[in-house]
Ligand binder design. Structure first.
Ligand SMILES: NC(=O)c1ccc[n+]([C@@H]2O[C@H](COP(=O)([O-])OP(=O)(O)OC[C@H]3O[C@@H](n4cnc5c(N)ncnc54)[C@H](OP(=O)(O)O)[C@@H]3O)[C@@H](O)[C@H]2O)c1
Length: 331
């Protein structure tokens, strides 16, 4: 099998690539930059931007399936930039499937596509999309997910996976942010109530992609559907944060601020950053304030039932691996 992985040099994409190579599949990666680690794994690299349809079509030529993992993540930035990568990029991946007669597409979505700021406790995939979003990332990921699911047909079987808060060695988003802010003493718990949150160890999220791809065909139950992917071990958010900090040798967060204050700070920072066109990300946004003060954990029975997903690495085991990676010099 020859697979195209968009964003194969990224955090999740890198682990999907490694797993595909370990079982002997041929892999090609598509992204803007060059990623030397991929070269070492024998992965063919095509460089280009997802927004450039010709580049994506060329990169998919000769492939049997696509894992569309690449996206623009983040809590701040111009809508246009998120739209170009996440929505136009996904349209181009669909065009690449059609132009190259590729009949399977696994799309990496996000549970944030159904997040409306309120508690989500044990929800399954029947949870609807909200009417409005507090950030461009979930808004554009939701548009992309809907495009993908609508493209399901006898010629192209598609499925969308929604891994929640991926973490592990090599993480370039969640873990480094928590650790940097924890080291600087800038982390505050939002609220004092123990709201449960799901996360997923990166190898489990990657394995879910391979399992879904292997079972995907026009007749399979996964075709045209989306799935929450988690470790199935919801924990109070701040306990999980403190366990990640402990793995990095950083003291736990003890101080807290009320959720309403965090939300007000988010509104203020967003206004300031927009007005003064400040660079970088604001320290707080409305989306982050809600994410950090609400429950969000999910029912993963559908993924278990339809393609045999089972989290193989527990949070405890994942944290031990994270600790080892910090000891080995990963900051
Ligand atoms: N991390 C999480 O907690 C989380 C949770 C839920 C869902 N997800 C989803 O999981 C996927 C992977 O996330 P990740 O955490 O692994 O992100 P990541 O490490 O930032 O990887 C994203 C990759 O996409 C590539 N990319 C970005 N923009 C591109 C563009 N315009 N054209 C071509 N390539 C582009 C980047 O490579 P170049 O810079 O070389 O282009 C990068 O390697 C995303 O779809 C994300 O929405 C992540």
């Amino acid at each position: 099998m020859k697979a195209l992985v968009t964003g194969g040099g990224g955090f999740l994409g890198g682990v999907i690539v490694r797993m595909l190579r370990e079982r002997g599949d041929e892999v090609r990666s598509f992204s803007r930059g060059e990623h030397p680690d991929l070269e070492d794994m024998g992965v063919e690299q095509f460089q280009g931007d997802l927004a450039d349809q010709d580049s994506v079509i060329k990169a998919a030529s000769g492939c049997d399936l696509i894992f569309h993992v690449a996206a623009k993540a983040g809590i701040w930035g111009r809508y246009h930039d998120f739209y170009q990568t996440n929505v136009v990029g996904t349209e181009n991946v669909l065009a690449a499937c059609r132009n190259n007669s590729i009949d399977r597409l696994v799309y990496t979505s996000s549970p944030s596509v159904v997040f409306d700021g309120s508690d989500v406790a044990g929800a399954d995939e029947s949870l609807p999309y909200p009417d409005r979003y507090e950030a461009h990332y979930p808004a554009t990921k939701a548009l992309a997910e809907q495009l993908v699911l609508a493209a399901n047909s006898p010629e192209l079987a598609v499925t969308a996976l929604r891994p929640h808060l991926i973490w592990g060695p090599g993480d370039n988003h969640l873990v480094p942010r928590i650790v940097a802010r924890g080291r600087a003493g800038k982390l505050r718990r939002i609220g004092i109530r123990h709201k449960l949150v799901d996360t997923v160890y990166v190898d489990n999220a990657a394995k879910a992609h391979l399992l879904a791809a292997d079972r995907l065909s026009p007749d399979s139950p996964a075709a045209g559907n989306c799935y929450f992917i988690t470790n199935n071990e919801p924990l109070p958010l701040w306990e999980m944060v403190n366990r990640i900090l402990a793995a990095a040798g950083v003291p736990p967060v003890t101080r807290s601020i009320p959720p309403k204050l965090a939300y007000a700070a988010g509104c203020f920072c967003e206004g300031l950053w927009s007005l003064l066109r400040l660079s970088g990300e604001p320290p707080m946004t409305r989306f982050v304030a809600h994410e950090l003060s609400s429950a969000h954990w999910f029912n993963i029975e559908a993924a278990q039932r339809d393609f045999g997903y089972k989290p193989e690495i527990s949070i405890e085991e994942g944290l031990a691996l994270l600790r080892q990676s910090f000891l080995a010099g990963n900051r």
